[in-house]
Write a protein that binds this ligand. Sequence first.
Ligand code: PEP
Ligand code: MN
Length: 342
Amino acid sequence: MIISFHADADPRQIQAVRTKLESASSKLHLEQLTGTERVVLAAIGDASRVQELGLEGMPGVDHVIPIGSPYKLASRDVAKDNQHSVVNVGDVSIGANNFCLIAGPCTIENREQALADAAAVADAGASMLRGGVFKPRTSPFSFQGLGVAGLQILAEMRDQTGLPIVSELTEISYTEQVAEVVDVIQVGARNMQNYALLQAVGKTGRPVLLKRGLSSTLDELLMAADYILKEGNSEVILCERGIRTFENATRFTLDIAAVPYLKEHSHLPVIVDPSHAPGNRNLVPALSAAAAAAGADGIIVEVTKEPENALCDGPQQVYASKFPQLVEKVRAHAALEGKKIS
Ligand code: PEP
Ligand code: MN
């Protein structure tokens, strides 16, 4: 951590900062550099408590510049031997040489639709199933999902196919009910910075799929992951799902660079949502292939038999009849990266 003082900071103000740092940790070494115009203080060593001190607000302080990453537990630095983590969900592994193909409808609308979609994607080789029952809709007048009644349908989808289920939790009050049924709890883009929800899913110990917020930086995503990891839950999967940019030809802009960046800076597995980013099914196969080619550990893709009748996200859902083709395309690109669909 570097503390840079204003040019007119007086020696008592600098001493007050030194005293505060010294009282925070005996393991900190302070190195003071006195230039012609200003003083700079480097705090070297155990900086874990320095962030809490509020040095930025002290008289005389101009900037406080952290040197290490702002995220801790999600950082690659804390991984044993710098290794990437693997999240296991039943027989399915996410990470290492596995490519996890999560597929299913955007939303569980009724039992018949959900079971038909589950069977179709399972037949085509999906590793896990998706389906929302608590839907975070932009308008309160849009279909909000079946809620608790949909959980029973998710359980039937798993019974019928033998595949694990990913589904979103939007409210803390449903945490236990959702954790009882689903194998992976999704925290959606709109809730990436809902810190109480992150802590709640952290406490369940269930694997968590954490989506990047619509306007969140990658460092913010990793700090959100820290909230879950801090609760002792190490089973976190990161998901790039497109961000807001000036481009409006697509619904969001898929930030493909997020994949290698997150892989370089974090030990957590990284997957891509190629559906919500473009909002257009014609672009989904190319973005799925791009995700695999960029080294992602999987994708979560929306697939349904009759997207034209869907109550949510119809235009981006891939026809179940076309899904086998997408699987083959992704399989080939994943293979080039040394990964096999798990
Ligand atoms: C979803 O996966 O159903 C969803 C709503 O995604 P996002 O949170 O990325 O918008
Ligand atoms: Mn959707």
